[in-house]
Every structure is written in C-alpha cells, then in structure tokens.
Design a protein around this ligand. Structure first.
Ligand code: PGA
Length: 247
C-alpha cells in the first residue's frame, strides 16, 4: 500500500512575513498523509525552522546537476541538504519550457539528487498541442525513459514522479480523474517493465489545478498517490484541505 504524498510547490511566491503566517496556520493542522513544502531557495531556512516538529518535510524546487564549484547562480544538492531539505522538485514544466531543461538534464538532476540522498519529485507531462495531436503517452514515456536511463526504478522510489499535464497547470483546467489515471497507469506499466516490485512502491503524484474541491476524486484513482500543488498550496487552509482529501 503506497502512502499518499502531498507536496506544496510555492513556485516564486512568498515573503518572510507571508511565510510566517502560512507556517503559523499550518502548525495547527494535524496532517494524516506525508507532506512536503517546496519553498524558494532563499526561504528554505525560515520554512525549515517553521516546519520543525510538524512532520512536514522541507523541499526545494530545483537543484544543479553539478557538484559545488564555479557555477554562478546555481544551487547544489549538498546545499539543500545542508539547510534541511529532504526533497527537491526536478524538471517542472516551467523549468523545461522557460529555462531550457531537456529530458537529459532533468534525468541528470534526478540522478544527482538520488546520489546525495535527496528525494526527487520528477515532473513529466504533455503540452496541450501534444495532447491534441494524440501524443500524450509517447511524450510522457520519453520523459520517463530519459530518467530511467540514469536512475533505477528502485532508487527513484525513494522519491516520486509527478504527472502534470502542462495545460492543467495554473489554468484552472484540471485533468479529469480518468485522464490522469490513464496516463499514470501507463507510467506505472512502463516502470513495471523495468522493475515490477519497485514500480508498485514508487509514488506517482498528479499536479495541475488541484483544489480542495477536486482533490478527493483525483486521489481516489488507483495510480494517483497524492498531488503536487501549486496555486492552492499558497493558502495553508486550502493545502490542509487537499491533504485531508488524501487520507
Ligand atoms: P497548480 O500548479 O496547482 O497551480 O496548477 C501545479 C504545479 O505546477 O506544480
């Protein structure tokens, strides 16, 4: 039985004051599933200190594929561990689309996280034009294959995959539970072809306009093991309601 995992992806949002308010609200919530807050780099120490004792893990939103050194503006996995991160989002579609992250770079980042003992949440998903062209399963399979070329399913199972259809991110347009389940079952079959046992352990999250009102029916699907939550995670009460739906 896979335990549900719900991760907040704050993206480039927050301030010292807003984070403090969020944390104060979150500290009164007793969450029943595994939870992670992925905060902007500069706020990781603040958020990590605020989450101490809550059972909620700290995560980052990206890491460098490189070891520490002369890489201006980058952040190494070692640094994330140093400030208390246990998780890191890798290959979010915003990074793929806006910062040129290829399948290969995403795979390198996932491998580097795993090598350091950081749990990656590796994001995959198709664009609207890819879906309309009937290429969803091929696109997602290629994204997953690139990661599997560098990381075994057993090692990836320490982290998670997140299926996030690009057309559903921040648009208010959620994939239907059946649409998400179809892709996530295909991902699990692809993982199972490599390692049937580990494929049953690896958590596959859904992300894309998850809200308190639609989370329960998404999380009820057999291959949806939780969520990666963007916009709705900025309000602690909404994130708590989504986590409650993951019981
Ligand atoms: P959203 O973002 O919940 O705002 O759609 C999800 C994500 O991009 O991880």
């Amino acid at each position: 039985m896979r335990r549900k995992l719900v991760a907040a992806n704050w993206k480039m949002n927050g301030s010292s004051a807003a984070n403090a308010q969020w944390i104060a609200a979150w500290r009164s919530v007793a969450s029943t599933c595994d939870t992670v807050v992925c905060a902007p780099f500069v706020y990781l120490p603040q958020v990590g200190a605020g989450l101490a004792g809550t059972g909620t893990d700290l995560g980052a939103q990206n890491l460098s594929e490189q070891a520490p050194g002369a890489f201006t503006g980058e952040v190494a996995g070692e640094m994330l561990l140093d400030v208390g991160c246990r998780w890191v989002i890798v290959g979010h579609s915003e990074r793929r689309a806006m910062y040129g992250e290829t399948n290969e770079l995403v795979a390198k980042k996932a491998a580097r996280a795993i090598a350091l003992g950081l749990r990656p949440i590796v994001c995959v998903g198709e664009t609207l034009s890819e879906r309309d062209a009937g290429r969803t399963l091929d696109v997602v399979a290629a994204q997953v294959a690139a990661v599997l070329a560098q990381c075994s399913v057993a090692k990836l199972a320490a982290g998670a995959l997140a299926y996030e259809p690009v057309w559903a991110i921040g648009t208010g347009r959620t994939a239907t539970p059946a649409q998400a389940q179809e892709v996530q079952a295909a991902i699990r079959a692809q993982l199972a072809a490599a390692d049937a046992t580990a494929a049953q352990q690896l958590r596959i999250l859904y992300g894309g306009s998850v809200k308190p009102g639609n989370a329960a029916e998404l999380f009820a699907q057999p291959d949806i093991d939780g969520g990666l939550i963007g916009g709705a995670s900025l309000v602690a009460a909404d994130f708590a309601a989504i986590c409650a739906a993951a019981k």
